[in-house]
Design a protein around this ligand. Structure first.
Ligand code: HEC
Ligand code: HEC
Length: 365
């Protein structure tokens, strides 16, 4: 009887072992990667049609490659930093540090910028606009000694050393060849797909949500012009610069942060070499502004309250300041405590949780 049991046990184990072995041999063999030009469908909600480059049509596989690269530590010299280190999704693809720390442990010179709705930015990139196109911009942080500090040659060598990337370059471009141009085009594609247009404010515009009394008053203050003859009864005129569907105007301006003697960063003048552009910076979008502290190109303000106080009573005149702001420099905007609260409550309606949590933009690894 005992012998019989042992035999059964042996038979069962053998059968199990065989089943496992069969399982292994039945695993699907890795399919060779093939080129796939399926278009990527953009969802841009109620925004006007985006301005997409005709010579870099969005495809699912190139966008996927761009996303992999955005989250790829091999792009940096120390093999740790990625684009997302300084552009993190919960912070609207910006950085909470005043100055982001590069791979050599040294701080950069400016605050990281939020990345979304770049397809609607038609006038260059960076705080000073020194990059013409996104495809030019994306290769710069890789080589910047204060950022990822890596050579393109090394990046190409590291990526082409992996089957994962050789396959993805094949799917995206039709051959396994890894080169800087392809890296830049794929990163451009991924960045172009990052869209935020589903905030409470957007839902309100679409008739799908209501704004509170305070938020509506804030919106009114945001839009209403400042009248130097009746300053107490006029608005804050933020939309003068932060206007349109993306709350920016594609221009570089001086918003009165410093007097001339205190300029530490010449901003736009670095890119244009025109002294008339001194201390002018990109007018940033105010979408998702509540989640992107600190504020301004040098991260000098920690809170939206400090920002509003700046516009209300801290404008410093200088030769290149915007004329509308100059008009408020002496008197201020006369915003009451309630006005300021309302204005900030309105700014908070521009936060878009759908975008901040969208898995399409999250790390693929
Ligand atoms: C060490 C931090 C850091 C890393 C890493 C980094 N960035 Fe940035 N990024 C910044 C800072 C700071 C700015 C603003 C710099 C300036 O204006 O001089 C910026 C600006 C940008 C802008 C301009 C946005 C606009 O509105 O003009 C884009 C796009 C961007 N980065 C994409 C990337 C990509 C893609 C990568 C990875 C290849 C990357 N960044 C890596 C810190 C970083
Ligand atoms: C004359 C144009 C102009 C007006 C008017 C204006 N801004 Fe700005 N705003 C700018 C510019 C330019 C910057 C970037 C300046 C810099 O970093 O050097 C900026 C930056 C900001 C930032 C920080 C953005 C970031 O990503 O760090 C906030 C918040 C802001 N403005 C809110 C407002 C509010 C609220 C009002 C109305 C009370 C207003 N702005 C009026 C031009 C303007």
């Amino acid at each position: 009887m005992k012998k019989y049991k042992v035999l059964i046990c042996l038979l069962v184990s053998a059968a199990l072992w065989q089943a496992c072995a069969d399982d292994e041999s039945e695993q699907p063999k890795p399919q060779p990667a093939v080129y796939d030009a399926t278009a990527y469908e953009l969802n841009y909600y109620g925004l006007p049609a985006p301005n997409l480059p005709a010579d870099n049509q969005l495809t699912k596989q190139s966008v996927q490659l761009g996303k992999m690269l955005f989250y790829e530590p091999m792009l940096s010299r120390n093999g740790v930093q990625t684009c997302a280190t300084c552009h993190s999704q919960p912070s609207s693809f910006s950085d909470t540090a005043k100055f982001s720390i590069g791979v050599e442990g040294l701080p950069g010179k400016r605050q990281s910028m939020a990345i979304f709705n770049m397809a609607w930015h038609t006038n260059q990139f960076f705080w000073d606009g020194r990059a013409d196109l996104l495809r030019d911009q994306v290769l710069m942080p890789i080589q910047d000694p204060l950022e990822m500090n890596e050579t393109l040659e090394n990046v190409v060598a590291k990526l082409s050393g992996t089957q994962l990337y050789r396959d993805q370059f094949m799917r995206a471009f039709g051959t396994e060849d890894v080169n800087p141009e392809r890296i830049s085009l794929a990163l451009e594609q991924f960045i172009l797909t990052i869209i935020s247009a589903n905030s409470k404010y957007d839902k309100y515009k679409a008739g799908l949500a209501e704004l509170s009394e305070s938020e509506l008053r804030g919106l009114e203050l945001f839009e209403a012009e400042y009248n130097p003859f009746f300053p107490e009864f006029s608005g804050a005129d933020c939309q003068h610069c932060h206007g349109g569907p993306n709350f920016e105007n594609d221009l570089y301006m001086n918003n009165g942060l410093d007097i001339e003697a205190d300029f530490l960063d010449f901003g736009r003048e670095n890119a244009t070499e025109n002294p008339a552009d001194r201390a002018k910076f990109k007018v940033p979008s105010l979408r998702n502004i509540a989640v992107t502290p600190p504020y301004m190109h040098d991260g000098r303000f920690a809170t939206l309250e400090e920002v509003v106080d700046h516009y209300n009573e801290g404008i410093h005149p200088s030769p290149t300041i915007d004329q509308a702001l100059l008009a408020t420099a002496e008197t201020g905007l006369f915003l009451t405590t309630e006005d300021k609260t309302d204005l900030i409550n309105f700014l908070k309606t521009l936060t878009d949780e759908t975008y901040l949590e969208n898995p399409e933009y999250a790390s693929p690894f």
